[in-house]
Design a protein around this ligand. Structure first.
Ligand code: GBH
Length: 507
């Protein structure tokens, strides 16, 4: 009898193990890491590279960056790209997401002059990845607008979609024989809201309550122009896909009340609906409830018309469906209230238009970045919402990661626990039928964290910014991520046996 109990316990144990092992990521799931040009490249004026809005802002107004730093050299990928690819091989990555610096390719921003040196740099980087079977996933725009285009109005200019299409065509032509995954823009909300409304990032144009919506429309039109250019003139011969990356954090209602549920919906519309709705929804155009609210407030505030522009029917039709996939940058969750947790918002502004409160429960761990928390079911909630709302689009998680402080060392157990929780949540999303095809960890290595400079670290690899060689050293999380990629399973017990990195056979 005793033996029987022992044996059946053993069997139960085994089957629990097998069920656990059945929670595997599919073999064709793309595991990667992500970076962005201005954050890692350096070489800010190498060869004939043109000035970007981040070069201009950090040089002319250095105190806006927390540690007075800038991206002039940063991780110096411009001189270290082979080491970067070696790190990708060490991790066993399937894919690598990075962005192109527009003014490195077109020093004037406009298409009259292409930089040979700039193109050579990206050719070398891409070819080095392909040599080792790593799939490049390329973002055309990750925030570093050529300053010359800013001088002409940047995202406020009605000409912006035209400039962007010209740039996109050049890039597809140059690299499309080898690059099959294109992302037009990284995080429109951050571009438009933080650049033209809340002015927390370059170009810091104070057009609050107006700039964000104007930018949103121009950006979405630019995206659609690049998408159609690709589908009509490049995809037939090159055979790739083109999408957009939007920051989709999760905003749920703080209580079950109808007011809070509506508040959460308004918040989602203001955070990412502005960009997702015109592209992915059935109806097209800006989100309905938010549009109505902005129109009404605008009139009350004495404006002759809504501060939010409209899309014509032709424009709606042109933009609708203009993405082969939805790129999701996901970091945090927030609970939204119609009445509580509100702050004083500038009038007019996107936040004042949305006019809700945002709350983070005390038991959700927070990273070195104030806005970054570890919430239960964060990815599952965000992705199932997108699936239901937008008819099951193909989704890539194009960023997800955790920040630590510079002194925190190489043993980053909090980051590991965040990654494991995120990936469990991604598996839950797969189980729920979300069409999720890949996951890019932010970030391959420490880099210039925008307004926070080098005071927040996101890397699987530590970068020594004091060292002219910018030596890269794997953190513990690098070994854990590597193991997950290799086995396609999240083993919560796994501990690396040493901190020495090697390249596995076949990579
Ligand atoms: C991503 O943005 C970016 O794409 C990437 O370049 C960046 O390095 C990475 O995240 C990590 O930050 O401090 O309260 O003013 C994520 C979305 C939106 C997060 C703006 C930081 C600033 C909020 N980001 N937010 S606050």
């Amino acid at each position: 009898m005793k033996l029987f109990v022992v044996i059946s316990l053993f069997l139960v144990g085994c089957s629990a193990l097998t069920t656990k092992q059945e929670r595997r990521f599919p073999d064709d799931f793309l595991f990667g890491t992500a970076t962005a040009a201005y954050q890692i490249e350096g070489g800010w004026n190498a060869d004939d590279k043109g000035e970007s809005i981040w070069d201009r802002m950090t040089h002319s107004n250095p105190t806006v960056i927390k540690d007075l730093s800038n991206g002039d050299i940063t991780s110096d990928t411009y001189n270290n790209y082979k080491r970067d690819v070696e790190m990708m091989r060490e991790l066993g990555l399937d894919a690598y997401r990075f962005s192109l610096s527009w003014s490195r390719i077109l020093p004037n921003g406009l298409a009259n002059k292409v930089s040979e040196a700039g193109v050579a740099f990206y050719n070398n980087y891409i070819d080095e990845m392909l040599k080792y079977g790593i799939t490049p996933m390329v973002t055309l725009y990750h925030w570093d607008l050529p300053q010359k285009l800013q001088d002409l109005g940047g995202f406020m200019s009605p000409l912006f979609p035209e400039w962007y299409e010209d740039y996109a065509r050049i890039v597809f032509e140059l690299f499309g024989d080898r690059v099959k995954h294109w992302i037009t823009f990284n995080e429109p909300r951050e571009i438009c809201y933080e650049g033209y409304d809340w002015i927390s990032k370059a170009p810091q144009v104070n057009a609050t309550g107006i700039g964000v919506y104007r930018c949103a429309k121009n950006l979405v039109m630019a995206h659609a122009r690049a998408y159609h250019a690709y589908k009509n003139d490049f995809a037939p011969s090159q055979g790739g896909v083109c999408g957009i990356t939007i920051s989709v954090n999760w905003f749920g209602p703080k209580t079950d009340s109808e007011e809070d549920q509506f508040a959460a919906e308004l918040k989602r519309q203001g955070e990412w609906g502005l960009f997702a709705e015109p592209i992915f929804s059935e109806d097209g155009g800006f989100p309905k409830e938010l549009s109505e609210k902005v129109a009404q407030k605008s009139i009350e505030q004495g404006y002759p018309r809504s501060r939010m522009p409209e899309f014509t029917d032709d424009e709606k039709a042109f933009v609708k469906g203009s993405a082969d996939f939805f790129g999701v940058n996901h970091y945090s969750s927030f609970l939204i209230s119609a009445t509580e947790d509100k702050e004083e918002y500038v009038v007019p502004s996107l936040y004042d238009d949305v006019d809700v409160g945002s709350y983070v429960p005390g038991d959700w761990p927070t990273a070195a970045s104030s806005w970054l928390n570890k919430a239960p079911d964060s990815i599952l909630n965000a992705l199932t919402h997108l699936k239901n709302k937008y008819n099951s689009p193909v989704i890539y998680i194009t960023e997800n990661g955790w920040s630590t402080s510079p002194g925190d060392g190489l043993v980053d157990d909090d980051r590991i626990s965040y990654y494991r929780a995120s990936l469990e949540s991604a598996l839950d999303a797969l189980d729920a039928g979300v069409n999720l095809k890949g996951y890019m960890a932010w970030s391959l290595m420490d880099n210039f964290e925008w307004m926070e400079g080098f005071t927040e670290r996101f890397g699987l690899y530590h970068v020594d910014f004091e060292d002219p060689a910018r030596t890269r050293t794997p953190r513990k999380s690098a070994f854990v991520y590597k193991q997950i990629i290799k086995t396609r399973v999240i083993d919560h017990e796994y501990e690396p046996s040493s901190m020495t990195m090697t390249i596995d056979e076949g990579h």
